[in-house]
Design a protein around this ligand. Structure first.
Ligand SMILES: *Cc1c(COP(=O)(O)O)cnc(C)c1O
Length: 471
């Protein structure tokens, strides 16, 4: 880990490099999660930033701001990286499932389906989005620690695999599933006693987690499931955390899961699948140094293959569920700069036309980001400012103390690595409409999510008749 803290990637013009701005020539095209910007990031003849062949400030003018921009080439490269790394590193069959909570839309579902990946959904909304986006049901799994009857019915009716998380799931399934021509396909989630928080991990017998069965409950649940003719237990699932830079926890996880696999098979379950979850980290700021997709997959695949060989187990199909590392780097958010407040000797605030409603990660997790002026990306930094959102919340600060060229109203600011957990975690706080999203590819931009309008926000309000409505 590089531990210096350059909060921005601003470099002198021409001095770009891996620790600086990875414009097209410097980008790691095989593992986009290691870059700060999409792999197609380049400069147009006027020196303005382009992504997917589209000049960012032109996109801002055409589609308005805030605007989510998604680079198709980066998304596809990442899907391929997972698929090809699994094929290269794992001696058995494999499938990467996109954890769609990171960014759920019809377009992303369609693109990921086209690339041959599967998808994990956590709600009826994500499930519907995946199915309507063209993701085949047999490549979808439904997660959730409190699935409703309706969500389970939708999954079972569509032939989606259900990841059983708790006893309540089993109660509901026992009411829904019997009497069908085919048994319901299930996976079982358990807490493996490995927990990760980016730079550390703990290994215990029991985890304080709301997800999955405790390891102590596993055998009893497996025995119970063996008595359910309506159920077919296809595999086991565990997920140990997110934005992880370490590889050892995944090595440990393989052993724990292989033990559970041996137990499940000894009780008569087919258990052909082992799903090791997601969690690979990405580079948000220059000092972040995540492993590549290839390194992560090699460790996971090698550890699962070794653990199975040691226990004399037939190789399962290996599933993994990347979310963040699959979509984050493909995303850029464009904002227009508005007001400015200088507090002499203290701080300068520069406000943009979005904030915590379109990117709640800084206020929620103190997350850091990298940003550039869309039209002056290589200009020398002249001031250190704090980029603030427009919401009524003092903590609505998008970038703290970032070095930028002189910045003023009308400038377009590009914030990178916003493809994951931005749109999907967004809100309408302060009744601010959600941004549009465009997919860029070879100089063409296509709207994949229309901009919400203030009128849209009133659609579900009901004014009782005793109030006099405004005509
Ligand atoms: C969140 C989550 C993922 C994806 O995690 P990332 O860190 O975004 O890769 C995968 N599986 C499950 C069950 C999750 O909850």
């Amino acid at each position: 880990m590089v531990s210096t803290v350059p909060p921005s990637i601003r470099t002198e013009a021409g001095a770009a490099g891996r620790q600086g701005q990875p414009f097209e020539a410097e980008a790691d095209r095989t593992s986009p999660n290691r870059n700060l910007t999409p792999i197609t990031t380049a400069l147009d003849p006027e020196g303005r930033l382009t992504v997917g062949g589209c000049t960012l400030s032109d996109l801002a003018r055409t589609y308005g701001t805030p605007l989510y921009v998604l680079d198709e080439a980066t998304l596809r490269a990442t899907c391929r990286a997972y698929r090809e790394a699994l094929e290269a590193a794992y001696p058995g069959p494999s499938l990467a499932l996109y954890a769609s909570k990171a960014n759920s839309s019809l377009a992303i579902s369609a693109l990921v389906a086209e690339e041959g990946l599967g998808l994990d959904a956590v709600s009826a909304g994500e499930l519907l989005t995946a199915l309507r986006g063209g993701m085949p049901a047999e490549r979808i799994v439904l997660h959730g620690n409190n699935k409703s009857r309706e969500e389970l019915e939708l999954a079972v009716n569509q032939g989606v695999t259900v990841v059983v998380d708790n006893a309540r799931d089993l109660e509901l399934l026992a009411e829904i599933a019997p009497g069908r021509s085919e048994p319901v396909r299930l996976m079982l989630r358990f807490t493996p006693g490995i927990e990760c928080h980016t730079h550390e991990y703990i290994r215990t017998g029991h985890l304080d987690s709301k997800f999955g069965f405790d390891p102590d409950q596993l055998e009893q649940v497996l025995r119970q499931l063996a008595q359910c003719p309506w159920a077919r237990l296809d595999g086991l699932h565990a997920h140990i955390g997110s934005q992880i830079f370490e590889l050892e926890p995944h090595r440990d996880l393989a052993g724990v899961m292989a033990d559970a696999l041996a137990l499940a098979r000894s009780l008569g379950h087919p258990c052909t699948d082992l799903n090791v979850g997601g969690g690979l980290g990405i580079r948000y700021v220059a000092s972040d140094d995540p492993p590549s997709i290839q390194e992560w997959v090699a460790v996971v695949a090698g550890a699962v293959a070794d653990a199975c060989r040691e226990r004399g187990l037939a190789l399962p199909r290996l599933l993994c569920e990347p979310g963040r590392s699959l979509v984050a780097t493909a995303g850029v958010t464009l904002y227009e700069v508005g007001s400015r407040k200088e507090i002499p000797g203290l701080r300068t605030y520069v406000a943009i036309d979005g904030g915590m409603s379109d990117n709640p990660r800084p206020i929620t997790y103190q997350s850091r980001y990298t940003a550039l002026l869309a039209d002056r990306p290589t200009a020398v930094s002249e001031e250190t400012v704090t980029v603030a959102g427009k919401h009524c919340e003092s903590g609505d600060l998008l970038l703290k103390d970032i070095a930028l060229p002189a910045i003023g109203s009308g400038d377009v600011l590009a914030v990178f690595a916003t493809g994951a957990y931005n749109a999907s975690m967004g809100s309408n706080y302060n009744r601010i409409p959600r941004p549009a999203a465009v997919l860029v590819h070879d100089g063409v931009a296509e709207v994949v999510q229309r901009r919400e309008q203030p009128e849209d926000l009133l659609r579900y309000d009901v004014l009782p008749a005793r109030f006099t409505p405004v005509p």
